[in-house]
Design a binder for this molecule. Structure first.
Ligand code: ADP
Ligand code: MG
Ligand code: MG
Length: 883
């Protein structure tokens, strides 16, 4: 087996396709060398050796020693220098490199190969004593720190003292004599801390460094990073040994880092920093302030020190050519390290550059327009989840922030407004034209109108799937949830945090992307939805098969959804409509009625309200399918909970307080999630569903008559477990339809189907499809019922579950493909077997999660439905799933 792969001087044993074997750095060095770019020669010891090294008790086989000797000979042949030679010594760098770039791995050692003899040879060969001794002291310092793992503070101190003694401030002011004295100091420190002399044998130095790279693969830092990023220990790291080139050989030498395009905005402009007379690490370490690469960037920043373009125009020109070569070759934006040794350019690293979401979008679209990549590749390159950042207002990065608390980033976007502590005040102030932030300890369905009225929502309790978080995401309102350090008194209308008080009307700002809460107003930047974004969406739509609908229940949500490209409504919940001011009284009268006649009287009052709700939605969604879910939550949710409210409600309902309390007590449930809800309401009180169905059909006919474009209602029965339930409920809906059609003398097309959200329904999907004309997978409840995990209580333990790998991700955020997914797959198959043209969709939170959308494509669903602001994410994810 072979473990050493050479590069440079016209040889490349590997290439960019060999990242698994050579690590990212090694593979790309070989690739750059093979396309004729100036790369200092070197070799890579493969990741396979790392694995073998650990298998064999951390020892190197003799064969490796032979191969490394050949590798060194390769470098020596090209450079004309000899490793360990006293007159013309070869120096190398030893660099780690895993498949993916990984903090926690060993830092690079530069200038390896220097000792008390070779340093003299280097001084003579370079005709520069200062340079040689500076390199030697750097080498000892790095080797002591990185390989010997000695206390680096002592070395830094010695350097400081050396400078102070002479009254210098910069390292570069130290003379050869000073540096020689410093080397003596350094060697003493090594002896004192390590108990042995600094290794003088260059081969010992080399094997020590190689061993340290492999050793760092199992360092605590590396292990933690691997765990957090799902990187298997079996990958191992490679080691790169490469001839040194020197950026610290005077004013015609330099070192720098660059991006081929702006990584934060995505503009097509070279972007980077460099330092004259410096070695690699100096740029990142911030020892001196780096200079700009281009003149334009320098001028824009109003900086004095010349840019590379101005200071070294020839080398800069060469570098610019290299950037273009790399982009054309890799067809992506590159992140580069380079060094200039006496006006000669050398490339030391290239990789695909990290970039912001905004830059990712711009670069993908630009590159497709430039013909560098195809439209489909552009679609594949943008991370759908990252789009989230682009669809909401964000805080102006320049603006000052007075952060007073931090919670969970529950729903992205930034918003400022006056603090309000209850939903009614939020609604009132919003109606008066004021921007408000609704602050609650936690929210419940009763707060919906206030959440709608607010620019943003802040809660002290609750996780990423709390009511506040889910509803806020659905509405596209920024939300920070679970900010545990704040104490809220809704009664006194005040929030206290860190000794400060925010009272009603005080302005504050929340950033739902970071979880930060700030006092005062912080300027925001509006999202740019035209331009590149729109272009990429058009390209995505060309390739996707899955339709994308929105979960929306107000005309405003529907409008937003259509603007974002929704092709229908996949879930219109009706319960929120019941909470609206003016209706809740009728709803309560219905609940409190002692007989059907009483209920019908109250329902008659609700009918026109529901009809107008649906008419408004249908008008926005004309011509498109709208799935309406009939009433789902348990009735007690509509009754008051606080003592103060009982009297008021009793009076409004025309009954006494005791009767009201008794009825509320009767409705109390031990486990409402599994209680009297969903179609169970329809089975016991069919008149509720009858009213809702009538409202739907009347509204549909009204809109059809007005606009000429009939909506396509899809009436959805929730929480069905058996075919018989659906039979009964479908009969109620069909009767209402027939009655309305007869009264109006005209009809609309409609479907009746069900939500698949119970395991029994998934199992009996074949039978249920005999009646149901569509299935919508309600994966929020299906996850709860399949896992037996209540999502309102899961926050306490799900974190530990994910940490210990029991579930790979929060199953309420990303579909549990193995378990819940199997039920979805099975139900889809059985449903289709009975009714080949059955419409299949998903309407849980998962409908907006890219990984879950990939699964929906695999199972062949017809559509996914996501909250309006996630519609573009879903469109892009659906396109990627189809590619
Ligand atoms: P990292 O992954 O931390 O960037 P690198 O191995 O890329 O580590 O190197 C650290 C610094 O040392 C970089 O600035 C790099 O350009 C520089 N460097 C590495 N090898 C050499 C070399 N052979 N000659 C000159 N500089 C080098
Ligand atoms: Mg690097
Ligand atoms: Mg449900």
């Amino acid at each position: 087996d072979r473990y050493v792969y050479r590069f440079g001087g016209g040889v490349s044993d590997g290439g960019s396709g060999d990242k698994n074997l050579l690590g990212g750095k090694g593979a790309n060095l070989a690739e750059m060398a093979s396309i004729g770019l100036p790369v200092p020669p070197g070799f890579t010891i493969s990741t396979a050796m790392c694995t073998r090294y650990y298998d064999e008790g951390q020892k190197f086989p003799q064969s490796l020693r032979d191969e490394v000797a050949e590798g060194l000979a390769h470098i020596e042949a090209i450079t004309g220098k000899v490793f360990g030679d006293h007159d013309n010594p070869l120096l190398v760098s030893v660099r780690s490199g895993a498949r993916v770039s990984m903090p926690g791995m060993m830092d690079t050692v530069l200038n390896l190969g220097l000792n008390d003899q070779t340093v003299e040879g280097l001084a003579r060969a370079a005709e520069d004593e200062r340079f040689a001794w500076d390199s030697y002291r750097r080498f000892i310092q790095m080797y002591a720190d990185v390989v010997l793992e000695l206390d680096h503070g002592a070395f830094e101190e010695a350097l400081e003292i050396a400078k102070e003694d002479q009254g210098f401030t910069l390292d570069t002011e130290l003379t050869a004599t000073d540096l020689k004295a410093l080397v003596v100091e350094y060697k003493k420190l090594v002896r004192a801390q390590w108990g042995k002399d600094f290794p003088q044998d260059v081969h010992d130095q080399l094997w020590g460094a190689v061993g340290a790279v492999f050793g760092s693969w199992q360092s605590e830092r590396a292990k933690v990073y691997r765990r957090l990023n799902d990187i298997p220990a079996s990958w191992g790291t490679a080691v790169n040994v490469q001839a040194m080139v020197f950026g610290n050989m005077g004013e015609t030498s330099a070192t720098g880092v660059a991006f081929t395009r702006d990584p934060s905005k995505g503009d097509r402009a070279y972007y980077g920093e460099f330092l004259i007379n410096a070695q690699g690490e100096d740029v990142v370490a911030g020892i001196r302030t780096p200079q700009y690469l281009t003149r334009a960037a320098r001028e824009e920043a109003g900086a004095k020190p010349l840019s590379m373009e101005e200071a070294m125009p020839d080398v800069y020109g060469e570098l610019a050519n290299v950037f273009d070569t790399l982009e054309t070759h890799y067809r992506d934006m590159q992140d580069i390290e380079f060094t200039v040794e006496k006006a000669k350019l050398w490339m030391l690293q290239t990789r695909s550059g990290k970039r912001t979401a905004k830059a990712a979008l711009k670069i993908a679209v630009d590159m497709a327009n430039e013909g560098l990549i195809t439209e489909e590749e552009a679609v594949a390159r943008v991370d759908p989840a990252a789009l989230d950042q682009l669809l909401h207002p964000t805080l102006d990065p320049q603006a000052k922030r007075d952060v007073i608390a931090k919670g969970l980033p529950a729903s992205p976007g930034a918003a400022s407004g006056q603090a309000v502590f209850d939903a009614d005040t939020a609604e009132k102030r919003n109606a008066a034209g004021e921007a408000v932030i609704l602050i609650r300890t936690e929210t419940s369905p009763e707060d919906i109108h206030g959440m709608h009225a607010a620019r943003g929502i802040l809660t002290a309790r609750g996780g990423m799937t709390s009511h506040a978080a889910v509803v806020a995401r659905g509405m596209g309102r920024p939300c920070v949830s679970g900010a545990g350090s704040i104490a809220i008194s809704a009664k006194d209308k005040v929030m206290r945090v860190g000794g400060r008080e925010i009272r009603e009307g005080d302005v504050l700002t929340i950033d739902g992307a970071t979880g930060e809460v700030m006092a005062g107003e912080v300027a925001t930047v509006q999202p740019e939805l035209a331009g590149d974004f729109a272009t990429l969406m058009v390209w995505a739509d060309k390739v996707r098969r899955l339709k994308v609908r929105a979960n929306a229940e107000t005309p405003l949500d529907c409008k937003t959804a259509r603007e974002f490209g929704a092709e229908g409504v996949g879930l219109c919940r009706t319960e929120h409509m019941f909470f609206d001011a003016g209706r809740i009284t009728a709803v309560r009268q219905m609940i409190l009625a002692s007989d059907e006649a009483g209920r019908r009287a109250a329902l008659d009052r609700l009918l026109p309200e529901q009809r107008s709700d649906f008419a408004e939605i249908f008008a926005v969604m004309a011509g498109l399918p709208v799935t309406i879910r009939l009433l789902d939550p348990p009735l007690h949710e509509f009754l008051p909970h606080e003592e103060a409210e009982f009297a008021e409600v009793a009076q409004a309902a025309g009954i006494d307080v005791d009767t009201l309390k008794r009825r509320a007590n009767e409705l109390h449930e031990f486990n409402p999630m599994l209680g009297h809800r969903g179609c169970r309401l329809g089975v016991t009180y069919p008149e509720i569903y009858e009213m809702q169905a009538r409202a739907i059909f009347e509204a549909a006919l009204d809109v059809a008559a007005e606009s000429g474009a009939a909506p396509i209602p899809e009436v959805m029965i929730p929480l069905v477990a058996t075919k018989r339930e659906l039979d009964l409920m479908k009969a109620v809906v069909d009767r209402a339809a027939q009655a309305v059609f007869a009264e109006r003398g005209t009809e609309v097309e409609y479907l009746v189907g069900t939500m698949i959200e119970l395991p029994r329904a998934a199992l009996k999907a074949g039978e249920i499809a005999e009646t149901g004309e569509f299935f919508s997978f309600g994966t929020n409840d299906l996850t709860q019922t399949t896992l037996g995990v209540s999502r309102d209580d899961a926050a306490r333990f799900l974190g530990a579950y994910v940490e210990q790998g029991i579930y790979p991700k929060d199953p309420f955020v990303s579909l549990d493909v193995d378990g819940v997914g199997e039920l979805v797959r099975l139900a889809a198959e059985r449903g289709r077997a009975t009714r080949p043209d059955i419409k299949l969709g998903i309407c849980g939170e998962h409908g907006g999660d890219p990984a879950s959308i990939g699964f929906c494509e695999q199972v062949g669903l017809d559509y996914v439905s996501a909250s309006p602001y996630r519609v573009p994410i879903a469109r892009l994810a659906a396109a990627q799933a189809a590619l």
